[in-house]
Design a protein around this ligand. Structure first.
Ligand code: F6R
Length: 261
């Protein structure tokens, strides 16, 4: 995994936006995998700005979100569909029919999961997947113990995740206990992933994901098996990394071989 250490969450979002915009410049019909939560909000603000100020065109982009709470309608302010509309989709020219978020109200849910996975494959697979990491090391809602080969499935949320996400609700008991989520196997099919992390509360999962053993106890560690993942990590979130100095050195000196790549 390539690791880039950045000063603050602004620089993290700048780097993430550069990666998405470069990919979009190379492939106007980009298939983009998206995450919700606090981490990618700065990225989405930058994409909206790029559309409004520089005319960046999202008309051929297709998006797939990682997850959605079971039981929340798209109009529910805490649903991930609502979040995506509010933070990104309503402010760029992506076609609503090209945006996909799992349907937390679908029944039977397992059929919907299989259909969601099929839709991703039918779209040609995800070119670039944006990821955040949870306090328990999850990516999407792949909680500790989830199979590293899992495809889109129904997941139970851990107590830690429910408590982390309670900040978006009036109280923890309003946070749904289940979600539809892309699996680790679904995420590993993406051609490129960017893992974003900021804040000292992410220092433990970041260290475990990047330098720990590959284990279903920290599902983000499965990204070590992915051929092209870049972790863009703000310095507080990077604080526990053992090879921090090496990552910084590599970052500063990569230009020395850039023209040979
Ligand atoms: C959200 C998602 C989650 C979050 C993670 C971090 O779609 O898949 O894995 O990325 O829980 O959340 P924040 O960014 O709020 O710290």
């Amino acid at each position: 995994m390539k690791v880039i250490i950045v000063r603050d969450s602004e620089e993290m979002s700048d780097r993430a936006a550069e990666t998405v915009l470069d990919a979009l410049a190379q492939k106007p019909d980009l298939v983009l995998g998206l995450a919700t939560g606090s981490t990618p909000e700065g990225l989405y603000r930058r994409l909206v700005k790029a559309h409004k100020n520089e005319g960046v065109d999202f008309s051929r982009v297709v998006t797939f979100n990682l997850d959605e709470y079971v039981g929340l309608a798209p109009e529910h302010p805490q649903s991930y569909r609502y979040f995506m509309n509010e933070k990104l989709f309503d402010h760029v020219n992506v076609k609503p029919e090209n945006t996909h978020v799992p349907d937390g109200l679908a029944e039977p849910l397992l059929e919907h999961c299989a259909e969601y996975e099929r839709m991703i494959d039918d779209a040609g697979g995800i070119d670039l997947q944006v990821l955040g990491v949870g306090g328990d090391g999850h990516i999407a809602f792949n909680e500790p113990g989830t199979s590293l080969g899992s495809l889109t499935h129904v997941a139970a949320l851990t107590r830690e995740t429910i408590e982390d996400n309670a900040r978006f609700f009036d109280s923890a008991d309003q946070v749904p206990c289940f979600a539809v989520t892309m699996g680790i196997g679904s995420i590993l099919k993406a051609r490129k992933c960017i893992l974003l992390a900021s804040g000292s509360n992410k220092a433990h999962p970041v260290r475990a994901a990047i330098e720990g053993p590959v284990t279903s106890s920290i599902t983000a560690s499965a990204l070590q098996m992915h051929p092209d993942t870049v972790a863009i990590v703000e310095q507080d979130a990077a604080a526990h990394l053992e090879r921090l100095e090496f990552y910084r050195w590599q970052q500063q000196n990569w230009h020395l071989i850039a023209d040979k790549l």
